[in-house]
Design a protein around this ligand. Structure first.
Ligand SMILES: CCCCCCCCCCCCC/C=C/C(=O)SCCNC(=O)CCNC(=O)[C@H](O)C(C)(C)COP(=O)(O)OP(=O)(O)OC[C@H]1O[C@@H](n2cnc3c(N)ncnc32)[C@H](O)[C@@H]1OP(=O)(O)O
Length: 242
């Protein structure tokens, strides 16, 4: 059996293997994608700052950045595809829950219910998402280019400890604020009798969505804690079938 000196460290070997298995086309695409997404979220950050500096209020901020937000958050659906075709080593389910919950917040809550767009909780999740995504996409970009500054790596695997709970709080408070409007208007609901003989109440659906954060959020959070231990503390997570 070869010694550790001959082989280099296990971590180094693991990194080299990972790099070899990613094709040049995949690396080129991911680099382009991550640069574009970093730029997109930076533009969003600047638009929010400019709005606040000019108006000195958060009222109207969502409306002013809605198009950029909807575009870049919706494009993130391709990340589920990245996992599905295996060009990034992340679970389709973990990424799917993360991306779909964001898209749901944008399209089916904030965009559809104008009365809640000026809630402070909307600003809370917008600021949290923006800071998180600028860090996350720049981390992937610099990592792919093999020039990763330590502070970006540190931020990627520490910020979520604060940002995840804050983001979730912003999202849950926003859904909660939407409930009275959904109940009053009956939006996106189907009442009986109708020709399809189907009943759907968006109000109760939103309550179920809120409750689903209880089992789903810890899974995302603990996934990130495991990633943190692996990347920052160099802990080797051995998969059972290896
Ligand atoms: C119908 C409606 C349903 C609604 C249901 C509601 C339930 C919702 C419950 C929970 C909701 C949560 C809401 C969240 C809100 C927020 O976001 S709040 C803000 C804080 N958020 C975060 O900090 C986000 C953290 N999450 C993530 O980073 C990801 O989304 C993740 C999928 C959870 C984790 O990412 P993952 O990819 O697993 O970890 P990494 O360590 O970053 O990467 C692993 C490997 O994959 C490579 N990689 C991944 N993506 C890319 C890429 N784009 N480009 C290049 N490489 C990529 C990465 O480099 C790693 O590679 P290896 O080094 O080879 O391992």
């Amino acid at each position: 059996m070869a010694s550790m000196e001959e082989d280099g460290s296990v971590e180094e070997k693991d990194n080299n293997n990972k790099k070899r298995t990613k094709s040049a086309i995949a690396v080129a695409w991911l680099t382009f994608y991550n640069i574009a997404m970093t730029a997109g979220w930076l533009v969003l950050a600047m638009a929010m700052m400019r709005f606040y500096l000019q108006k000195a209020t958060h009222k109207g901020l969502y409306k002013s950045i809605a198009r950029i937000l909807k575009f870049f958050q919706t494009v993130a659906l391709v990340e589920v595809g990245h996992c599905a075709i295996g060009i990034v080593r992340t679970s389709v389910i973990v990424t799917g829950v993360q991306v779909c919950s964001r898209i749901f917040m944008v399209w089916f809550i904030t965009n559809s219910i104008k009365q809640i767009q000026n809630e402070e909780s909307v600003i809370l999740f917008l600021v949290v998402w923006t800071l998180t995504e600028i860090t996350r996409y720049s981390f992937y970009t610099f990592n792919l280019l093999n020039h990763l500054p330590y502070f970006i790596k540190w931020a990627r695997y520490n910020m979520f400890i604060i940002m995840y709970p804050l983001g979730v709080a912003g999202e849950l408070l926003t859904i909660y604020a939407a409930l009275p409007f959904v109940r009053k208007t009956g939006m996106l609901s189907m009442r009986l009798p109708n020709k399809y003989n189907i009943s759907f109440d968006y109000y109760y659906f939103l309550i179920i969505v809120m409750l689903s954060y209880i089992p789903l959020f810890p899974q995302l959070f603990f996934h990130m804690l495991r990633q943190r231990r692996k990347v920052l503390l160099g802990e080797i997570i051995v998969e059972k079938d290896e």
